[in-house]
Each structure stands twice: as structure tokens, then as C-alpha cells.
Ligand binder design. Sequence first.
Ligand SMILES: [Zn+2]
Length: 170
Amino acid sequence: MGQEANGDFSDIAEGNVRFVADFSGQETPGLPARNLLLLTCMDCRIVPHEALGASIGDMKVMRNGGAQLNPNMVSDLIVANNVLNCDRILIMPHTRCGMAAATVESVRAAVEQNTGVDASDYHPSVVEHQLEKLRVDVESLRSNPMIKPNTVVQGAMYDVDTGQIEFIEI
Ligand SMILES: [Zn+2]
């Protein structure tokens, strides 16, 4: 009959059992109490709610490699902003980001080595200049006509060595 449903995720299942035992989020609304949406990187060193002093129900979080705005992210941000009360949007990449250290060539080489496929048509979304990308993304969102006019869009860098956030003037 194959594996148990939790397969190699037994550590995760056990962690959830402990979480459920202390769970107190039953009455939490789905709209963010602090009207905040965070777009940050998938990096495992960033624990968003802890880093921003937030609790369950406080903010929405979107993540990808490099905290990058892209068409899918923009589409969801328009929903979050217009339907889900996210009037503050913080885009937060971080120091020592793997997406900034990698190159298209290095990622393709890894894919080819791991899988044996030809990865020459694969275009990983690496970040060449982090601050420039952040600036472009913040400005692009601020000028997006489908984002409500009173929305505050801000950029910040998260330092994975200190936990400190530096807001970037854009
Ligand atoms: Zn990263």
C-alpha cells in the first residue's frame, strides 16, 4: 500500500502535534490585524513573524527566492491589497542571499549535474543587484494603477547575521 501519509515528514507531523496541543488561533480573522503584507525570501534564516514582532493574524506573508516581484506575485498582491486589507506592503530581501550569489550558469550546471537533463532553456530568476532590484520592485508597485492609492510600499534589507532590518529610502 506504499508509504504512510507522512512518509519522510514524521518530524513535521510530530511538530504539528505539539503545535495543535497549544493552539489558540481559533478566533483569528483572515484579514491581517496590522494591515501588513510582507514579501520576503524563502531563506530558512528568516522567521518572518518573529523578526517583525508579529503574531498569528497580524500579517500576510508571500515568499520566493530572493523576495522578488514577478507577475505572479503582483497578481496576488493586487488581491491582498484590494480584497484582504493589506494597505502596507514591505518588500524585504536579505544579506547573503543565495539568489544573489548564484548565477544562471551555476544553477543550470547544478540542475544538469543532479538530473542529467539539458537545462539550457531554464532561466532561474537570480538577482544581479539586490538593492537595484528592490528599488525597481518598490517603484513598480507604487506606480501600479491596480494598487490602491493610499497604499504604503516600503523596501527593507534583513541582516541574517544580526536579525536587524534596515529600511531603504526609495
Ligand atoms: Zn534569499
